[in-house]
Design a protein around this ligand. Structure first.
Ligand code: SF4
Length: 186
């Protein structure tokens, strides 16, 4: 798979300590994107999925895997293998995508729909500069949704993650998509 970077111990890409796989290549090209170097699908470097899984499993303190980018849904088959390995290791799985949930669910490729079904939380939609906010937990602009994927697939409608208010009321102050973690490769 094509990788932009790997990060251990991130605390800004979902709850707990997270292993973050930033994939290389993104077709969305959002103005103000925090990772413009990740757009070129020919950039970054090739890594075997097994190598990424090995890095993910190397830290016993990790709570979850976050797929980010770049656009994980453009490498859905490889990201699916990562997500399955994460669940096999007892980790939860979050994914950031510039696509909307409904589009992936209804018109995604077979691999994209399989990846969607393997996620715990999807943070969906492009980064919109006009809706940028520095105070939102886990996301950069107000249009982006935190979606409880298993509950949403079961209900046939979007179920927000953390809608009980526990997440929204938590004092999580993030600066825009910055990554506080140990960079393995970037
Ligand atoms: S979807 Fe994410 S990585 Fe892609 S251009 Fe938008 S903000 Fe950047």
């Amino acid at each position: 798979m094509r990788i932009y970077g790997l990060v251990q111990d991130s605390i800004v890409d979902g709850p707990g300590l997270r292993f973050v796989c930033f994939v290389q290549g993104c077709p969305h090209r959002c103005p103000g994107c925090h990772n413009p170097d990740s757009h070129d699908s020919g950039g970054g470097r090739e890594m075997a999925v097994e190598e990424v899984i090995g890095a993910m499993r190397s830290n016993p303190l990790t709570d979850g895997l976050t797929l980010s980018g770049g656009e994980p849904m453009e490498q859905a088959e490889d990201c699916l293998r990562l997500a399955q390995a994460a669940h096999g290791a007892g980790l939860n799985v979050w994914c950031y995508t510039g696509y909307q949930y409904e589009l992936l669910r209804d018109r995604g490729t077979a691999a994209q729909r399989a990846l969607l079904a393997q996620l715990d939380v999807l943070v969906d939609g492009p980064f919109l500069l006009a809706q940028r906010s520095l105070s939102l937990p886990w996301r950069g602009s107000r249009n982006q949704r935190l979606i409880d994927v298993p509950a949403s697939l079961a209900a046939g409608a979007v179920v927000p993650w953390g809608e009980d208010g526990s997440i929204q009321s938590a004092e999580i102050l993030l600066h825009e998509n910055a990554c506080k973690g140990k960079i393995i490769y970037r």
